[in-house]
Design a protein around this ligand. Structure first.
Ligand code: MG
Length: 250
C-alpha cells in the first residue's frame, strides 16, 4: 500500500534526511587508506545519536550496525568490520535515520586514495544515474520513466544495472511501497503523485548485472563476476512542481 505524505510529514522527513545527509558526509570524509569500515560506522553512529535520532538500519532484520559499508565488489549491505580500507578502494556507504517517526535513506560511493580512472568513472556515472532518474520525478510520470532513464545512462557508459535489489518508498517505515527499480519501460508502472516519497538508489556494476549473497554473514551482496560496484541514493518527494531531495545537505 502506498501512503502519500502531507506537507508536514515531508518536512519531518526532511529533518530526518538532513541528519542522514550530514552522517553520510561525515562518513565519507573518513574514507581513506588505513581506516577500518567499523571506524567509519562509529563516527556516523555517534553523530546520529548526538542529534537524538536513531540509525534506521541498526537491528533492522538483525543488521548489526548503523551504516552499510560495502567495499569494491560488494554491492550493498556490507557489515562494518575491522577490514582496513586500501589505497584504490571504492567504499559505498548507505545510511538511514529515524527521527520523530520518519525515516530517510541515502547512500554514496567514495574513493580511497588513488583510485583507477575506470573506478572513478563508475562512481561518477552512478551518481549521474540518480540525477537522470530524478529528472523524471514529476506528477503524472510513472516509475518506469525513472528506471528507464537510470538504466539508459548506465548502459550508455558500458555499465550494468543491478535488478535484484531496487529502491523503495520511505516514510514511517524504512521500506514502503512502491518498489523503485533502476530499470523499466517508459510510461509504465505506478503513476507518480504529489506526496509520494521514494528512495531512488542506482546500484551500478562495472561488469555483469548478476549479484550473489555471500554466505559468510548472510547480508553482504557482491557482484558475481567480482567486478566493482557503486551506489548512490537520495530520499525524494514528488511535489506539484520540482522534486524535493530530502537527504541533501542544508
Ligand atoms: Mg534504500
Amino acid at each position: 500500500m502506498i501512503t502519500l505524505k502531507s506537507a508536514r510529514e515531508i518536512d519531518l522527513m526532511r529533518r530526518s534526511g538532513q541528519i542522514a545527509a550530514e552522517a553520510l558526509r561525515l562518513g565519507g570524509s573518513e574514507v581513506r587508506p588505513g581506516v577500518t569500515t567499523k571506524h567509519i560506522n562509529d563516527v556516523m553512529h555517534k553523530y546520529i545519536k548526538s542529534k537524538n535520532a536513531t540509525p534506521s538500519f541498526l537491528g533492522y532484520g538483525g543488521f548489526p550496525a548503523a551504516a552499510c559499508i560495502s567495499v569494491n565488489n560488494e554491492v550493498i549491505h556490507g557489515i562494518p568490520s575491522g577490514r582496513l580500507i586500501a589505497d584504490g578502494d571504492i567504499v559505498s556507504i548507505d545510511v538511514g535515520v529515524l527521527l520523530n517517526g520518519y525515516h530517510s535513506d541515502t547512500a554514496a560511493t567514495f574513493p580511497a586514495g588513488n583510485v583507477s580512472p575506470k573506478a572513478m568513472e563508475l562512481i561518477e556515472v552512478t551518481r549521474q544515474c540518480f540525477y537522470e532518474g530524478l529528472a523524471q520525478v514529476y506528477e503524472g510520470n510513472r516509475l518506469g520513466d525513472i528506471g528507464y532513464s537510470v538504466s539508459q545512462y548506465a548502459h550508455r557508459h558500458g555499465f550494468s544495472v543491478v535488478e535484484e535489489y531496487v529502491g523503495h518508498g520511505v516514510g514511517t517505515q524504512l521500506h514502503e511501497d512502491p518498489s523503485v527499480p533502476n530499470y523499466g519501460v517508459r510510461g509504465k508502472g505506478q503513476r507518480l503523485m504529489q506526496g509520494l516519497t521514494i528512495a531512488i538508489e542506482p546500484m551500478i556494476n562495472q561488469g555483469g548485472l548478476e549479484v550473489a549473497q555471500i554466505d559468510r554473514n548472510g547480508w553482504t551482496v557482491v557482484t558475481k563476476d567480482g567486478s566493482l560496484s557503486a551506489h548512490y541514493e537520495h530520499t525524494v518527494a514528488v511535489t506539484s512542481n520540482e522534486p524535493l531531495i530530502l537527504t541533501s545537505l542544508s
